[in-house]
Design a protein around this ligand. Structure first.
Ligand SMILES: Cc1cc2nc3c(=O)[nH]c(=O)nc-3n(C[C@H](O)[C@H](O)[C@H](O)COP(=O)(O)OP(=O)(O)OC[C@H]3O[C@@H](n4cnc5c(N)ncnc54)[C@H](O)[C@@H]3O)c2cc1C
Length: 354
């Protein structure tokens, strides 16, 4: 545990690294964020939903209780960066599963009545769930503004960070980019599988793709629509559609299969067949086998910490977990939730050989 304020090098250039950087600014911890965006990174591909409900399991997501804190964090960041990137809108979820009405009704009665309206059925027999308000965050805009802000303060260095494995003793300050650092926090997303001291962590890349489409402006489409995928008219005639899931497709580029799936999903959700493709993107969610994040200190190299495994819920989890990590690095204990701690991978990390 570190007794004085550590000088921290953050490695990464996605949501996790930038959220942590802003937590560090507030805590007054000196740091440098070194990162470089690469093809396949999750954050530029994120659809952007910040939402406490897990539709597949008819209940709350892991970390749902952090929703208000996460939203307040992004709202605060908007003010600091002088740019809007958070939007709030109602969400309509349609569920065709035979068991949906019973499960959603039970969930509404027990824990969801303050979050969703009472479940109903639409004319096609789908169970219809409405969340009167959820948030969407434009992650690319957040990252663009955060990079310029940190750069201006001399806290951002856009470059790849190589880790010379044998070069680092356990307690010596780390010399890098003309500075000395006491610790490194690795927020690499799926790239941690390629390099760094957390290579042994079982990050599972989950490919996701999304589209931007243009149509004639459609009046009265205020809902974020969801049935398997999301569609939202961000401004008249400009739609954001996403996302697909694949555990088997490891090609970094957008695929024809996902394009067909997204177009079909959009037609089913909106009934609109006349549209133009404006953009198509892909990225890999850094998921974990138990769908929980991976946060904490390396069991062998105590100068090295990790913030990773955000999976498909980075927006909900990153603000809480980054703060918990920052507090533990300053000496607090039990801030990182049990289920996200690195203890569950100790053996793997200790036994790992290049
Ligand atoms: C299609 C899609 C849709 C999604 N939709 C949502 C959503 O609606 N809501 C939600 O909450 N989440 C969503 N997610 C998940 C969310 O995007 C991720 O949880 C989050 O962005 C993970 O951020 P990260 O910073 O941990 O990883 P990444 O975004 O992958 O960032 C890691 C970064 O670190 C850089 N890096 C790695 N190693 C080094 C190194 N050695 N030196 C320098 N730089 C390095 C990489 O190049 C990369 O830029 C979605 C993801 C995808 C792919």
């Amino acid at each position: 545990m570190l007794k004085k304020l550590p000088r921290v090098l953050i490695v990464g250039d996605g949501l996790s690294a930038h959220v942590l950087a802003h937590r560090m600014v507030v805590a007054g911890i000196p740091f440098l964020l070194q990162g470089m965006d690469t093809i396949g990174a999750a954050s530029p591909a994120a659809w952007g939903l910040l939402n406490p409900v897990h539709f597949r399991s008819f209940g709350l997501s892991y970390g749902a209780s952090w929703y208000a804190e996460s939203l307040a964090f992004y709202r605060g960041l908007e003010k600091k960066l002088h740019r809007s990137f958070v939007y709030e809108a109602p969400l309509e979820h349609l569920d065709a599963r035979p068991e949906a009405l019973a499960h959603w009704s039970m969930a509404w009665e027990s824990e969801l009545h303050s979050i969703i309206e009472r479940p109903t059925k639409d004319s096609l027999g789908n169970v219809r769930i409405v969340l009167p308000q959820v948030a969407m965050v434009s992650v690319p805009t957040l990252l663009k503004e955060s990079r310029s802000y940190l750069k201006e303060m001399g806290l951002y260095h856009q470059a790849w960070f190589e880790w010379p494995y044998s070069g680092y003793g356990h307690r010596d300050p780390i010399e890098h980019a003309g500075g000395q650092f006491d610790v490194v926090v690795w927020a690499q997303g799926v790239k941690s599988l390629d390099s760094g001291p957390f290579k042994a962590l079982p990050i599972k890349p989950s490919k996701g793709e999304g589209l931007q489409l243009s149509t004639q402006g459609i009046a009265g489409q205020k809902f974020i629509k969801h049935k398997g995928m999301f569609a939202f008219q961000e401004s008249p005639g400009a739609w954001r559609v996403g996302s697909t899931y694949s555990w088997s497709d490891l090609r970094p580029e957008p695929s024809a299969e996902a394009l067909a799936e997204l177009k079909a999903g959009f037609i089913e959700l909106t009934g609109i067949k006349d549209f133009k493709l404006v953009n198509h993107w892909a990225g890999f969610r850094p998921a974990s086998p138990d769908r929980k994040a991976m946060v904490g200190q390396h069991p062998l190299f105590d100068q090295h910490f990790v913030l990773n495994g955000m999976g498909s819920k980075g927006l909900l989890m990153a603000p809480f977990l980054a703060k918990a990590l920052q507090e533990e690095m300053q000496g607090a204990s039990d801030k990182i939730p049990m289920l996200c701690r690195l203890d569950r991978f100790t053996k793997r990390l200790i036994n790992f050989r290049e």
